[in-house]
Design a protein around this ligand. Structure first.
Ligand code: NAP
Length: 292
């Protein structure tokens, strides 16, 4: 099959590129905005027709939650209109969405059929993307994920590793609960959907297994990094005093969901996948990151 990966320079796009080397039966087209701006309906249609694309994996997005508040028009073009453009192209689409479609007020892991109620511009534009895509292309697969990190791009893991070496003390919120997601594991799930004997359209949830707060996540990053870093750097991280703080103590520009845990039963049962626990996934990522 001919598979187009959009947003290929991002965290997930890069992990798709790496994993594609294990799925050599397909021909891949890795594009980012310079090669294919997915907000252009004509450009998408031309690319899909010209290259006889069978499946599009949409890893492109406007992901800056704070900036989206003042830049909702552009966020909408990339997260919503572009998803519709892809759905209109005639190719099958696997689209990535987010826990931000939910209010974050829950306390039971969100299922795919739970009510959506985004609280941010980012969440609104991502929800609009889901809705426009499903309206034009009911055969689409939509995978919502959360707390994504990778060895590529900027993310929470890299920021905490840096701050742990720069600061003597660090406060991290412990009243926002979710499940970290290693983008390489999400790529495995995407390939499971691609390789499935049947195409199973619909909405799915995917994160790594287990639940934690951002504080717990940082605690684990620091603990695991210490055994991988050089002695000097490990001592600096060990000496950084990590403090649990409340969201109200942190100056968020945009409110963050307090509860982002997603129920993954559907994706596991439909595609027969086993998902690593977030601590195991973190170890794999840190080993790659700190070896580089
Ligand atoms: N990051 C998270 O914590 C998180 C959480 C939940 C869900 N998600 C979802 O997971 C998916 C993957 O996220 P990610 O973290 O891998 O994103 P990312 O690292 O921000 O990568 C997105 C890529 O899309 C590109 N892009 C932006 N506008 C484009 C356009 N018009 N046409 C083509 N490409 C364009 C970006 O280029 P520029 O960098 O030049 O803009 C970037 O290379 C997204 O759908 C995101 O909403 C992410």
């Amino acid at each position: 099959m001919n598979i187009l990966i959009t947003g290929a320079n991002g965290q997930l796009g890069n992990e798709m590129r790496i994993l594609s080397e294990q799925h050599t039966q397909h021909t891949y087209f890795f594009t980012d905005v310079a090669e294919l701006d997915i907000t252009s309906r004509e450009a998408v249609q031309h690319f899909v027709t010209e290259n006889a694309i069978d499946i599009i994996v949409n890893c492109a997005a406007y992901t800056n939650v704070d900036k989206a508040e003042s830049d909702e028009e552009l966020a909408y073009a990339i997260n919503a209109t572009a998803a519709e453009n892809l759905g209109r192209s005639g190719a099958k689409v696997i689209h990535i969405s987010t826990d931000y479609v939910f209010s974050g007020d829950g306390f039971i892991p969100y299922t795919e059929t739970d009510s959506v109620a985004p609280r941010t511009a980012y969440g609104r534009t991502k929800l609009a993307g889901e809705e426009l895509l499903q309206a034009i292309c009911p055969e689409a697969i939509i995978i919502r994920t959360a707390w994504l990190y990778s060895t590529f791009g900027n993310n929470f893991v890299k920021t905490m590793l840096r701050l742990g070496q720069e600061r003597e003390s660090l406060g991290v919120v412990f009243d926002q609960i979710g499940s970290p997601t290693y983008a390489a594991d999400l790529a495995v799930a995407i390939f499971a959907a691609i390789e499935s004997p049947e195409w199973h359209a619909g909405v799915y949830h995917f994160t790594n297994e287990g639940v934690c707060s951002w504080y717990d996540f940082t605690h684990e990053i620091f603990a695991r990094a210490q055994s991988l870093l050089s002695k000097g750097a490990a001592d600096t991280v060990a000496n950084c005093q990590l403090r649990p703080i409340l969201s109200s103590e942190y100056q968020y520009q945009t409110p963050r969901p307090h509860y982002s845990v997603l129920n993954k039963t559907k994706i596991k049962q439909t595609f027969g996948i086993t998902i690593p626990h977030w601590t195991e996934a973190l170890q794999v990522c840190l080993e790659k990151l700190l070896k580089e």
